[in-house]
Design a protein. Structure first.
Length: 379
């Protein structure tokens, strides 16, 4: 079977997402399928292991890509740029002639389904309630998305939800096609495991994407100010965003900014505690399976979160805080106890790593996803 994985966004600038997608395509390819990754925003196509097989070198295409991600451009200019990206996708689908297209939900345009289904059915991965998320970013974009989302999703051959909560959401209850739930996976083999970090003091790590309010960067600042003897490492958001979140120059808050995959893995492997999403309530969601939490467990790093994880129930390597606005200050004692129990706890790190290998690894999750993809092709 020939599969095209269509990716919106700048894939090379999101190492967590890139690792997830390449992990999935590696498994699918290893099981005998012909897999291609198309990244319209960057005008390129890759093979299952990330090697570039086609790249658009046109100056016009580069200008269109820049326009779409330039917030100073008008919304009309950016929508025109997005249409050019969908045109590139159509070109690549004609070139590869796939049996099916798999894509994460992306901002739809009128008639956009024809770009995905030009040769074959397509499956949409649902990571969040788009009708809410786009509205959080921009009222105008949210309204635009709500206008055209149904015409796009209704023509999908299947929806692959990231969580049970999403699959039961009213935002998708009208959909009549095939559905499944497959949470995020992780390629454990790519993430080094240290049984002992050798740290004399507690080091915590927060991985986030810039300008995502539901990651809870402001809550991290509160946490860092409450425990001045702990060192907090921030990957993703830059210093200016930390300042906007309330950082007044905390000496124990270290901003690393964007890190590429190897750099991120090297840093996180030496952490004592990970910090996952802390404000999912801002997206009106309770359940998730963030890539950052999977990375922490693959490294054997216990973590703190504030949501129900699709794959993790009660465990001693995760501290689950309430998914509420005021969830840090009332729980400082719980946080301090959890960190004390986890610090230099080799056995706990082993259990976290073993859980990731047995329950979250790509060999498990991506086989589930592939079985669903095959079922949509056969229907």
């Amino acid at each position: 079977m020939r599969i095209v994985y269509a990716v919106s966004g700048l894939l090379t600038e999101h190492p967590g997402l890139q690792s997830k997608i390449l992990g999935a395509t590696k498994v699918w390819s290893g099981l005998g399928h012909d897999v291609h990754i198309v990244v319209p925003s960057q005008g390129m196509m890759m093979d299952a292991r990330g090697g570039i097989t086609f790249r658009s070198n046109g100056a016009a295409f580069r200008r269109e890509k820049i326009d779409y991600y330039d917030r100073s451009k008008s919304k009309i200019r950016r929508l025109i740029s997005l249409r050019h990206q969908y045109g590139f996708l159509r070109q690549m689908l004609r070139r590869t002639d796939p049996d099916i297209v798999y894509t994460r939900y992306t901002l739809p345009l009128p008639g956009v389904h024809r770009n995905f289904s030009i040769r074959s059915p397509f499956i949409v991965e649902i990571n969040s309630d788009d009708s809410i998320e786009y509205g959080i970013k921009s009222r105008a974009v949210g309204s635009f998305n709500r206008t055209f989302r149904k015409s796009f999703l209704a023509r999908a051959g299947g929806l692959c939800f990231i969580s049970a909560e999403m699959s039961q959401s009213e935002a998708f209850s009208w959909y009549q096609g095939k559905t499944t739930v497959v949470s995020n996976s992780i390629d454990c083999a790519e993430f080094p495991f240290l049984e002992d970090t050798g740290n004399d003091d507690v080091n915590l790590c927060f991985i986030g994407s810039p300008h995502q309010s539901w990651h809870g960067l402001d809550k991290l600042v509160t946490l860092a100010s409450s425990f001045p003897l702990w060192r907090f490492h921030v990957i993703g958001p830059d210093r200016s965003e930390l300042i906007q979140a309330g950082d007044t120059g905390l000496e124990n808050l270290v901003c690393h900014g964007y890190l590429r995959g190897p750099e991120s893995r090297q840093l996180v492997a030496g952490m004592d505690i990970g910090i996952s999403t802390l404000a999912l309530h801002r997206k009106h969601m309770d359940e998730a399976s963030p890539l950052k939490s999977r990375q922490y467990l693959a490294h054997g790093v216990p973590f703190i979160s504030a949501y129900a994880d699709t794959d993790i129930t009660a465990s001693d390597f995760q501290l689950q805080l309430p998914n509420a606005d005021n969830n840090i200050t009332p729980n400082l004692d719980r946080i301090e106890r959890f960190v004390a129990q986890a610090f230099r706890n080799k056995d706990l790190r082993y259990r976290a790593r073993r859980f990731a290998e047995e329950k979250l690894d790509i060999s498990v999750k991506e086989t589930e996803r592939l079985n669903f993809i095959c079922s949509v092709v056969r229907q």
